[in-house]
Design a protein around this ligand. Structure first.
Ligand code: GLN
Ligand code: ZN
Length: 775
């Protein structure tokens, strides 16, 4: 049998056991032994699944109580010096302090893991970082796997990827290699002596556009590592490694893993793969939830197997961390839809089926292959459609321009909205209180009737409106009480989209998301937000901002069917949202916000692919926004973005107002917008909503004074940096009251002819992920 393996399994647990155990540990309700027991149980369960599916290896090193990149830094003994911790004696509590911060130190910065929705903690290295080794929790897990009778393959984040992703201060990153590589060598020797025959070293940076110096580092680094451990599987994933194939063929490692789902263009170039060197094909998609067309994959790889024999391995494209755990838990999905799906546990069997069919012949797996074929036929029947009609609709898109340029629209908005200088607003959600959650849960369980539930939500909306009026906010929001989540709310109402019951995927630490499944043609059977918004507007003479999640974000945060282009899905979503925008407009709603927090994260890994993504994303946004008349003001919101690469595209979206997160690096962000001369209105977040702290008036004043240096007062809005759903009312009201004081003072000073501005601001330190969409 060909060797089969996966590149990692989700650790959170099919009932999110790890999440709940961690959160109890943090609250002091579970002791360390209790937490570790949950971890052990999950590892064992996941290994058993891998083993009983028939995989040759179980995956060790994919488990983590918070993040595997942080774990790697701990293992190597390279902790941020500012914490003053000793890596060798690090306690679990200290480990969590690195991840979550403590009273003295902010947490390690968190950032997206490549183009996934998983966030890792950025290691912090400098010229003094020693890699002297730290807690060897990994070795305990390795022993655990062996004791339980499994054949382990240990995985590590590779040295070059680790360096590339780290924040390296005061020294050239590659200059750390002479200390880092010996640390890996020591680690590999230890792993070998502990019985890890194969070690998978992950170097996903191979999917990026790598500078020559980084590419050149691979050969010498891996020569040293391979000397220490003869069985290294160098794993690349998330993109094509075709440009680096010569390098990979020549590396002295025992094997190389390539992702043929996202990097299938590499296949023809593998025909002369060196004999005897393991080639692992990542053929089962670790980034999506659809069943694999096994026949098609077999056709693709059979010629390689004929040549390479047992040196060919079969695996998942990347770690299964990015997909939900077990389809068996989804009992409410339509049958045809279930037929199309494969979650982490099901993918284990897909891997072994491929290997069996290759080793023993397709006839041996005839019934399994046939079952898969039939399931996919059922799915296609469900998702089937009139291709010509879809194409015609997308070929004849309605007008995407707003009818008037921004400067003309702004005059109409001015007349219609009657807002003061420096208008104040919020990003959409107000606290999702326990009372709201309880009512929603009761409604879901069928204990609270729809009429009663809706009445309860209306009273929450009324309360939010009252509180905003009392604070004196200029443009109000209804508060999103009726939405459990900004994506799910729309996913539940759109045709062609389904929502799982348990399909959780880890976003960071204990936080998870449940991406909807976009399985069919997307359309909007009826209005989604109009009744709530018009109700809220009926309660106040102030303008009420409609609130939608944008087409780019809905696409990005979902599992999108893989048999048609994402761009098509994005445009279908845009058309659906456009109808919603038009209906809000017709109902007299004068401002509509279309949230696009995931705009930046959709940017492809390779720069050659950027423009086509950006073109579609901008088109989709404009298509939604142009559903309303020019006198209606379109807002958008983006959070935690690194705006530098996308500013031109953001400007091209032509929203009348953009609110952005600025707490992380107010200076850099405002400078970027200023330098670019962003032409429309901007609301830089004047305070960080990601902590319960109530910032004093002076802090917000300072930020606004700073903003005035790059944004003229006529185009400056005042708002928090993100939605308030995760906060409590007390801190929310206190912070907003301060925001209003700062605004009023500044308005007075401006009216008196002062030009208040300041050039310097202390740098902020945000936490790098948004909780607007995690649970
Ligand atoms: N309207 C959403 C909210 O306020 C926006 C959140 C977001 O885009 N991050 O929760
Ligand atoms: Zn946010």
């Amino acid at each position: 049998m060909l060797t089969t393996h996966i590149l990692g399994f989700p650790r959170i647990g099919s009932l999110r056991e790890l999440k709940f155990a961690e959160e109890r540990f943090w609250r002091g309700e579970l002791d360390e032994a209790g937490l570790l027991a949950v971890g052990r149980e999950l590892r064992l369960r996941h290994w058993q699944w891998q083993n009983s599916a028939g995989l040759r290896f179980v995956s060790v090193g994919d488990f983590s109580y918070y993040d595997t990149v942080l774990d790697t830094a701990v293992l190597l003994g390279a902790l941020p010096a500012r914490f003053g911790f000793d890596a060798k004696t690090l306690t679990r509590s200290q480990y969590f302090e690195l991840a979550r911060g403590n009273a003295q130190q902010p947490a390690c910065e968190m950032t997206k893991w490549f183009d996934t929705n998983y966030h890792y903690l950025k290691p912090e290295f400098d010229a003094h970082t020693r890699f002297d080794g730290g807690q060897s929790w990994l070795l305990d897990e390795l022993r655990e796997a062996r004791l339980a009778g499994f054949t382990p393959k240990v995985q590590l984040v590779g040295p070059l990827t680790l360096l590339k992703l780290a924040r390296v201060n005061g020294v050239e990153a590659l200059a750390l290699l002479p200390r880092l590589v010996p640390a890996y060598v020591r680690l590999l020797l230890t792993l070998q002596s502990e019985g890890a025959d194969w070690v998978q070293i992950d170097e996903p940076i191979l999917a990026l556009d790598l500078p020559p110096a980084w590419l050149a580092a691979f050969a010498p680094v891996y020569r040293e590592l391979a000397d220490a451990h003869p069985h290294i599987l160098l794993a690349s994933y998330f993109g094509s490694v075709r440009p680096h194939l010569d390098l990979l063929k020549a590396l002295p490692v025992a094997g190389v893993h390539v992702d043929i789902v996202r990097g299938g263009d590499v296949l023809p170039a593998l025909a002369d793969w060196p004999q005897g060197k393991v080639l692992s094909l990542g053929a089962i998609d670790g980034r999506n939830v659809w069943k694999t067309n096994l026949d098609a994959v077999l056709d693709l790889i059979a010629p390689l197997q004929a040549r390479l024999g047992d040196a060919l391995w079969i695996g998942t494209s990347c770690s299964l961390l990015h997909v939900p755990i077990d389809l068996a838990q989804e009992t409410a999905l339509a049958p045809g839809l279930r037929d199309g799906l494969s979650f982490a546990r099901q993918k284990l069997t897909e891997v072994t089926t491929l290997a069996r069919a290759l080793s023993l012949g397709r006839s041996v797996c005839f019934s399994t292959l046939e079952a898969q074929r039939n399931a996919l036929t059922n799915f296609r029947a469900l998702a089937g459609r009139d291709d010509a009609q879809v194409a015609a609709r997308l070929a004849n898109l309605p007008e995407v321009e707003r009818g008037l340029p921004y400067t003309e629209r702004a005059k109409l908005h001015h007349a219609r909205l009657q807002l003061p200088l420096l208008p104040t607003t919020t990003i959409g959600s107000f606290p999702q209180t326990d009372a709201i959650r309880k009512q929603r849960a009761a409604h879901k369980r069928g204990e609270l009737g729809t009429a009663d539930y809706e009445a309860a939500m209306r009273s929450e909306i009324a309360l939010a409106v009252q509180r905003q009026e009392a604070l004196g906010i200029d443009m109000l929001v209804h508060g999103e009480a009726e939405r459990s989540d900004m994506v799910d709310y729309f996913a539940e109402q759109l045709a062609g989209v389904a929502v799982c019951q348990h399909g959780w995927v880890q976003s960071y630490g204990s936080r998870c998301v449940k991406p909807p499944l976009i399985w069919g043609d997307v359309s909007r059977p009826k209005s989604m937000t109009v009744a709530w918004t018009t109700y809220a507007q009926s309660l106040t003479p102030k303008p009420m901002k409609g609130m939608l999640t944008g087409p780019v974000t809905l696409t990005q945060w979902a599992f999108v069917r893989n048999d048609k282009p994402r761009s098509e899905v994005m445009l279908q979503l845009a058309l659906a949202l456009r109808d919603e925008v038009a209906e809000l407009d017709a109902a007299g709603i004068a401002a509509i916000q279309i949230d696009e927090p995931a705009f930046r994260e959709g940017l492809p890994l390779k720069q050659v692919d950027w423009q086509s993504y950006l073109d579609t994303a901008v088109l989709a946004f404009k298509l939604s926004a142009a559903g309303c008349r020019p006198e209606t003001q379109i807002h958008t919101h983006m959070c935690y973005s690194d705006f530098e690469d996308t500013l031109a595209a953001i400007a091209a979206m032509d929203a009348d107002v953009i609110t952005i997160e600025t707490s992380r690096s107010a200076m850099a962000l405002l400078d970027a917008f200023g330098e670019f001369a962003y032409p429309n209105e901007i609301g830089p977040g004047v305070y960080d909503i990601h902590s319960p702290r109530v910032p004093p008036v002076e802090e917000m004043t300072a930020l606004l004074e700073r903003a005035l240096t790059v944004i003229p007062a006529q185009r400056l809005w005042v708002n928090p940096d993100c939605g308030l759903k995760t906060r409590g009312w007390a801190e929310t009201e206190a912070a907003l009251a301060n925001m209003l004081v700062a605004t009023r003072q500044l308005r007075t000073r401006l009216a008196q002819g002062e030009t208040p501005y300041r050039s310097a601001l202390p740098a902020g330190h945000g936490h790098g992920a948004c909780d607007c969409h995690t649970a």
